[in-house]
Design a protein around this ligand. Sequence first.
Ligand code: CTP
Length: 405
Amino acid sequence: MRVALGVGGGIAAYKSAELARALAERGAQVQVIMTAAAREFVRPLTFAALTGRKVVTDLFPASSESEALASAVEHIGVAQSNDLLVVAPATADLMAKFAHGLADDFLTTLYLAFPGPVLLAPAMNTNMWRHPATQANLELLRGRGHAIIGPEEGELACGMTGPGRMAEPAAIAAAAVNLLNRKRDLEGETVLVTAGPTREPLDPVRFISNRSSGKMGYALAEAAAARGANVILIAGPVHLPDPPGVKTIKVQTAQEMRDAVFANLEPATIVIKAAAVADYHVANVPQQKLKKTAARISIELDPTPDILAELGQKKGDRLLIGFAAETENLRQEARRKLLTKNCDMIVANLVGQEENAGFESDTNEVVLLLATGSTVSVPPSPKREVADRILDEALKLRLALHAAR
Ligand code: CTP
């Protein structure tokens, strides 16, 4: 395994020397890239001695023009010859540059040219970490599928106590190895994912919808794509960027979602219905905006098509995964949906109560109910990690179901 290790300019840079060694101990060839700020904290020689390789420092370090030209394209070479990019410490400045695609030195240029997985270990002062700008950048980087480890809570070099300390080198090295070992185990599969809410119009300007953010479904689409699947994502109205490498189809209503699902079902081998589909809609939406009167009004609603139940009837040998968002009797309700909708798995989560689970949250705590009768609890984790657990269990479940046939 070949790892490019980017070292940013923070006090934690000294811990990256230990990280370089920990990676080398795990059999990695490590190419260290230091920013100018990093070199204020640790000398390149330290890393060169630990990795047995020259450390890359500048984008244009050359004395002659031909050397300058060679170095100008070197970041492409480094980008192409490494399997993983680890950045530790990832400073607030580096995170901002990565998030917005600024490329003014070797490391930021390498980041843009690097096609493989990226692992970031942020480290900074607590206030910098909590600043909305840093948190927004973090969100962008997460959304791009990068793995983030830490920061941890503790006493910081600046004297403050709080989140900001870089994760321990051994933990970062272990995360790096895990990332590289992640199998492309969905190669050759087509995964159809639905995500987000649906929007059912009441008149030309008003609608009924729900609090689904689409984050869980998008995380599933990204995770499946990262594992090699061909992914079709059918999404209701959400404020999320289209995941790279995924065919995204935007819909509004439950009926549109149903039609898009069945138009794209043919190639699918796994179907995951993460969308929070509205259960009711107005049958004949008025052409004009409803006018206010002093009287109470009532609206008649008709049921929408139950897409999951119809899929349950037509799934063939596809693996069908539904979701159950419940406010009470979680397992009982989820088990009922598993059976009545003929699913192979239900991902159940409690909504409306906890802060760290459910609709708008970045993390989720779920229980997986399987058609084999077993149950798997997934502790509160970032939605991308939950997505990978769901895919892990889905593949195991398919093997178990086939063996039982
Ligand atoms: N679902 C669907 N079509 C609908 C309603 C729900 O495909 N019209 C799917 C959702 O995508 C989800 C699962 O069914 O995977 C469960 O959704 P949920 O709203 O929890 O269940 P409902 O069947 O609507 O049951 P209830 O409202 O009684 O809890």
